[in-house]
Design a protein around this ligand. Sequence first.
Ligand code: XMP
Length: 322
Amino acid sequence: MGIEEITPEALDAAEFVAEQVEAIKEAVGDQIAISALSGGVDSSVVTMLGHKALGEQLKSYFIQNGLMREDEPEQVVGWFADLGVEVEIVDAQGKFFAALKGITDPEEKREKGITQVFYRDVFAELVRQSGARVLLQGTNYTDGEETAAGVKRQHNVFEQIGIDPEEAFGYKVLEPIVQLRKPAVRAVARALGLPKEISERPPFPGPALCARVIGEVTPERVATVRKATRIVEEELKHSGAFQYMAILHDDMVTGIRNGERDFGQQIEVRCWESTDAVSGTPTNLPFEKLTRLAERITTEVPGVVSVTYNITPKPPSCIEAV
Ligand code: XMP
């Protein structure tokens, strides 16, 4: 695909920062650039590189797509305010839910419900409003590789699959960390002085909780998976695992509550051991932890009567469900 990986062993993080700052300065010149910050380590590193390179010429936005976790926008804006970077929250929930309405096919959800809304609608509008010509984004080496291989359409990959963003959306996309996988991105985050909450943050997909709702993505169904996500993250944050998540299934099952039939929803819990998300194995969690998760989810999340744990490695499973 023409892009060469820089492995963690080959990476000199300080040198990488200096080179990328220069490259961004040169590419943007005296124009305005915007950064799409989600608070994950990838987009955080890119935002800090952009901030170092461009200062006031960079406008950073957090897109509230309605698919984020509890309190996520405020938390991310707070972290960056402490770093001296102003981030504006853009409320685009209505646009995403309108586009996702009625879609159940996973690739269609990613393409029509997420990619098109982000790039053709939300970023294009921000670019117009701010007069920016360049979008900085945190596409990493694994995103490009899996999309190019046809495994999964990552929401943020264009050039590797033959799409020219300037032609398709009217602005240029810069991808400063496209040669790095996650461990190398984390090393750059540390070199940039980002706090541990960011540099060591478990990965979270660009399509956010949309990747964790099987079937139609509605505000109600996202609210359900969001509540289960909070419980799973609280319970597993000290597990040392690479990534952990709750997934809402589409099929309902018969349960029993207070002696009566309760036909309800199912949540699947996944917890992964991995270094780079290319392959992974399920964490061997204590059975007591699993039963505690089941108890909390079925009592604290309305409508859920069943909790399962995924015991399949990647491959053949993927990390996310959609
Ligand atoms: P999969 O599900 O493909 O996930 O095994 C591999 C890693 O990538 C994350 N992921 C995404 N990240 N945009 C992203 O930025 C996406 O569309 C996307 N899909 C999956 C996933 O959380 C895991 O860490």
